[in-house]
Design a protein around this ligand. Structure first.
Ligand code: ADP
Ligand code: NI
Length: 213
């Protein structure tokens, strides 16, 4: 797994300054989750799943101005690390199609390795880590934690929901929906546990907000 070590170095340099929840610790957790899922999923290829995990946010339009340019850079990096052209094609196919927003209008059929990385990325948005990341994100963008007068909205694309939502509404608008979107049965089980925890958190939060206990 020398390839992976070199790739880690490249990715940590790319993401070293991010404060919006795409920091390198997110990447490392996604890679660890992908490994856990891959080991329990037939027909999966750990090298592809790990490579796509490490690279999945490097080409994100929220982090880079020119995504085409960045995609070319990633392809050359993989070539330099002796990945075959089939491996490079699969990794690029995964990282360009796996995001939530890319799948809002049309569901894209990812390879099994892509499904694993997508599940891992979504798992890292829920559970205790998900709660912490949502609060961190909301704080960064100056959103309120909660406003009982503001109802959660449906079917929002990214450009809309980044602007005005509360952190608690983000749970209803996105996070509570993620468990039903898991591709693999292993991730579905992990998501159900994390989801339970988030529902408990939001219930407690609302009770405390009202001074109930
Ligand atoms: P990705 O591109 O990895 O799918 P996002 O950029 O949508 O993720 O989100 C990164 C993290 O910030 C996630 O944990 C997500 O739940 C959180 N987040 C995104 N949008 C909001 C928001 N409007 N309010 C609170 N948290 C958010
Ligand atoms: Ni991610």
């Amino acid at each position: 797994m020398e390839k992976i070590n070199q790739l880690k170095q490249y990715v940590s340099e790319q993401l070293s300054t991010d404060t919006t929840g795409h920091d390198y610790t997110h990447i490392q957790r996604v890679a660890d989750l992908a490994k856990t899922i891959s080991k329990k999923t037939e027909q999966s290829d750990l090298l592809i799943a790990l490579t796509a995990s490490y690279l999945h946010d490097v080409i994100d339009d929220k982090l880079v101005d020119d995504t085409n340019e960045k995609q070319k850079e990633v392809q050359s990096k993989l070539k330099e690390l002796d990945y075959t052209s089939e491996q490079i094609d699969e990794v690029m196919d995964i990282i360009t199609h796996m995001s939530y927003s890319a799948n809002l209008k049309h569901h894209y059929e990812l390879t099994i390795n892509g499904q694993i990385v997508q599940d891992a990325d979504r798992l890292d948005a829920i559970g205790a880590i998900g709660v912490a990341r949502a609060m961190y994100f909301g704080g960064h963008f100056g959103d309120a934690i909660y406003d009982p007068a503001q109802m959660p909205r449906n079917d929002m694309d990214k450009s809309q929901y980044r602007e005005h939502t509360t952190v608690i509404n983000h749970f209803y608008e996105k996070l509570f929906k993620l468990p039903d979107l898991m591709n693999t049965s292993v991730a579905k089980q992990m998501a159900d546990r994390r989801s339970q925890y988030m529902h408990d958190f939001v219930r407690e939060f609302k009770d405390e907000w009202q001074g109930i206990h």
